[in-house]
Design a protein around this ligand. Structure first.
Ligand code: ADP
Ligand code: ZN
Length: 292
């Protein structure tokens, strides 16, 4: 039995075919153009491969309340052409197979929970730090959303005193997590792409402190059993020890669990599935759609 997995992004759509052993057998990537032509092209690709179910991890915001008439629609996205696009219905209808949709980061969190760094635990908090910042949360096997889905990238942080651009760059909130710590914020603050900044540049110490504030916010709200940090910016592996050190320093003795005091190297970690979490998560969503 074959399953379709779609990672729907603002710049590209990554399409995968997987099987019941969670093996990815085939992949393709197409640029994200207007919704009509992009969805048509994706439907043709999946239809030609005879999938039995489809899972979608998508950019958002996306309506995830199953009772809503807009369930599975992309809603108020900054990607204007895609506002109010019935992504899930348009694919499920054309392909005639069961389908499930969730956020890209919830899909990645699910994959890490089932198969990756949080395997065997009760909860998993997955953050991507890239063009945006977003987080997904799985608790006891459930992907967490309620009124909407988490928009963790827009939690407000405290400005660091040595930040040369402390106002931040989010068009909605200026100094929220995303506005202070995403890849574009690093570039605007220092006038150079994050990829080009050397390891000893002050950018990274500052970035680590913002990401430590982020981890502390996660610890103090949902207290996940594992925090997994992925995305382009986290390719800078030297950020991990800096973030862990800043979390320890700033928890200020208050959160005194073994995970923080003794095993923080094993608590704030890289994705166990590397860059495959997104595709694997969409595949697991397809399998869940089938089981229903
Ligand atoms: P997206 O978030 O668009 O899906 P990425 O997770 O790759 O894609 O994030 C892209 C952002 O991450 C860009 O702002 C880029 O500057 C930054 N980035 C990508 N690779 C690296 C790297 N190796 N080091 C530092 N920053 C990076
Ligand atoms: Zn914001």
């Amino acid at each position: 039995m074959l399953f379709g997995a779609l990672e729907a992004g603002g710049t590209k759509m990554v399409l995968s075919i997987g099987n019941e052993k969670n093996e990815i057998l085939e992949r393709a990537s197409i640029p994200t153009r207007g919704p009509e032509e992009t969805i048509r092209e994706m439907n043709e690709w999946f239809a030609a491969r005879g999938i039995s179910a489809l899972g979608i991890g998508t950019f958002g915001p996306v309506e995830l309340s199953e009772g809503s008439p807009k369930y599975g629609w992309i809603t108020t996205t900054p990607k204007l052409e895609w506002i109010d696009t019935p992504l899930l219905p348009a694919m499920r209808g054309a392909l005639g197979v069961p389908a499930l949709i969730d956020t890209d980061v919830n899909a990645a969190a699910l994959a890490e929970y089932e198969l990756g760094a949080a395997r065997g635990l009760r909860s998993c908090f997955y953050v991507t730090v890239g063009t945006g910042v977003g987080a997904g949360l799985v608790v006891e096997g459930n992907l967490v959303h309620g009124m909407m889905h988490p928009e963790f990238g827009h939690v407000l942080l405290r400005q660091e005193e040595d930040d040369p651009t402390p106002d931040g760059f989010c068009p909605y909130h200026k100094g929220c997590l995303e506005g202070l710590a995403n890849g574009p914020a690093i570039e605007k603050r220092w006038g150079r792409s994050a990829k080009e900044l050397p390891e000893d540049h002050p950018a990274w110490d500052l970035e680590a402190r913002y990401l430590a504030q982020m981890c502390i916010a996660a610890i103090c709200t949902v207290s996940p059993e594992k925090i997994i940090l992925g995305g382009g910016v986290m390719q800078q592996k030297h950020l991990f020890p800096r973030i862990r050190a800043a979390v320890r320093e700033r928890r200020n003795g208050y959160i005194a669990t073994p995970q923080i005091l003794e095993e923080i190297d094993n608590y704030i970690v890289e994705p166990g599935l590397g860059t495959a979490s997104g595709a694997m998560g969409a595949l697991l969503l397809a399998r869940r759609a089938m089981q229903r």
